[in-house]
Design a binder for this molecule. Structure first.
Ligand code: NAD
Length: 424
């Protein structure tokens, strides 16, 4: 049974930082300038960070926590094999054992890669314990969690970053440069989505549901919005010169999970006969204050050949981009009604981060994006600088989870998206 978080204990957790707020300072590193970092959750995602982390000579992986012993020892082994000291292990005392790890004085930062349902609670605990947090996506799953996370960051003054790696894809950053250079004119529309048949990770081999499967069984709405909405929000300068105002969401019927289960476990299996609340496809329309519209799709239960898991289209009043065909068009540079290959502009608008770190990044997972997430986090921690993807962006992108569900429950009604930056 998962740990449930409710409004009261969330507010208590967030408020716990208040007493230390006056003295809290960003934890940066030890006297030698090294950063001591822990990994919380060493499953598929957490483990994929380890080779990158082990390659950072200015970062020590001092502790790892996972409730599954096999995952913990596998992760410790990866670090050792990379020639780094074996991290101290936590997790054998159960789901709250991470709190023992957070008590460690020799720890500056925690990377949280546990199931999504636990991110907000664990992030708030880590912030209150004086640690910087790099949280996997999404940041939170309820509006109370979103508010609690914002308050915890504000009260502790600690660094919080969302590990939204798609924002660091090379093409995504090049598009950001083109937007900033004015090539698209004013942005009016974006179409984006997470469209990835993930049913193979919804069930364990014995037929029980993984945490992703539990989400599909118990929730409606867009359950994984940050990969597509993160880049679009950055292109549209959301939470700076524009902001999300409202959304409307619709969902299809649910057939994909049961069909998959019937093939895997038999048509008469309990898994095939179970009810899954999550519709196969959920579409959300978001309106921004400056009058742009975003169509955000979420589908992890429909079979289809895969070009990309995160397709993007961007429309401005002077340019357009389509990532699926890898084509671009600019009124100022292209022939009328004639798409051009994105590659024609890629080098000119390559982002400085990629120019600087191409060699190191290209050896790492997710096309190098994971390298930048980690590098940017540690650089901000060391310098005491701003979070590259701060808590306001994190919750603005993540609140689509509860708000899309609310819209669907209310018969596709418009739902306001709060301005988390506005002080109460
Ligand atoms: N950014 C990306 O590209 C990307 C890709 C995959 C997953 N993710 C995110 O990463 C997170 C983890 O996904 P995953 O695929 O690795 O899942 P996973 O199930 O493979 O791993 C989760 C791990 O957390 C451990 N865990 C669960 N509860 C714990 C607790 N209380 N204390 C300590 N350990 C605990 C589990 O034993 C498991 O090893 C998810 O939030 C997911 O959304 C992001």
């Amino acid at each position: 049974m998962r740990n449930q978080i409710n409004r009261r204990n969330l507010l208590q957790l967030a408020g716990a930082g208040l007493a230390t707020a006056a003295v809290a300072r960003p934890a940066r590193a030890d006297a030698s300038g090294r950063i001591r970092c822990a990994l919380l959750g060493a499953g598929g995602r957490g483990t994929s960070f380890l080779p990158v982390l082990a390659g950072f000579q200015d970062v020590d992986i001092t502790a790892i926590c996972d409730v599954k012993e096999a995952h913990l020892t596998r992760a410790q082994g990866i670090v050792e094999k990379a020639g780094r000291p074996r991290p101290v292990g936590f997790g054998e005392k159960g789901p709250d054992d991470y709190k023992r790890m957070l008590e460690s004085k020799d720890l500056d930062a925690v990377i949280i890669a546990t199931p999504m349902q636990d991110h907000a609670r664990m992030s708030i605990d880590a912030l209150n314990a004086g640690k910087a947090v790099l949280s996997e996506v999404a940041a939170a799953m309820t509006m109370d969690e979103c508010g609690g996370l914002v308050r915890a960051v504000e009260r502790t003054g600690k660094l919080y970053m969302l590990a939204e790696n798609v924002c660091y894809y090379r093409d995504v950053l090049a598009i950001l440069n083109m937007v900033k250079a004015g090539l698209f004119g004013g942005l009016t529309y974006a179409e984006c989505g997470y469209v990835h048949d993930c049913r193979f990770i919804d069930f364990n081999p014995d037929g029980s549901l993984t945490w992703r499967g539990e989400l599909a069984r118990d929730h409606i709405g867009n359950l994984y919005p940050t990969h597509p909405i993160g880049p679009v929000a950055q292109w549209m300068d959301i939470n700076r010169s524009d902001r999300f105002v409202s959304l409307v969401s619709m969902t299809s019927r649910s057939t994909g999970m049961a069909r998959w289960a019937a093939k895997k476990f038999g048509p008469d299996s309990p898994q095939a006969k179970a009810t899954y609340k999550k519709g196969d496809t959920t579409s959300t329309l978001i309106q921004t204050a400056k009058g742009a519209v975003i169509h955000l799709r979420y589908d992890t239960a429909s079979p289809h050949p895969l070009h990309t898991t995160t397709p993007f289209q961007l429309q401005g009043d002077a340019g357009a981009y389509n990532s699926s065909t890898n084509e671009i068009w600019f009124e100022s540079r292209s022939e009328w009604e004639r798409w051009e290959p994105f590659s024609k502009y890629a080098a000119e608008f390559d982002h400085p981060l990629w120019k600087k770190w191409e060699k190191e990044a290209s050896r790492t997972s997710h096309g190098g994006a994971d390298f930048f997430v980690l590098r940017e986090f540690f650089d901000a921690l060391r310098s005491g600088g701003k979070s590259p993807i701060d808590v306001y962006d994190a919750v603005t992108w993540s609140c689509i989870i509860p708000l899309s569900a609310e819209s669907i429950r209310k018969g596709n009604a418009p739902v306001a998206i709060p301005d988390f930056k506005r002080k109460a």
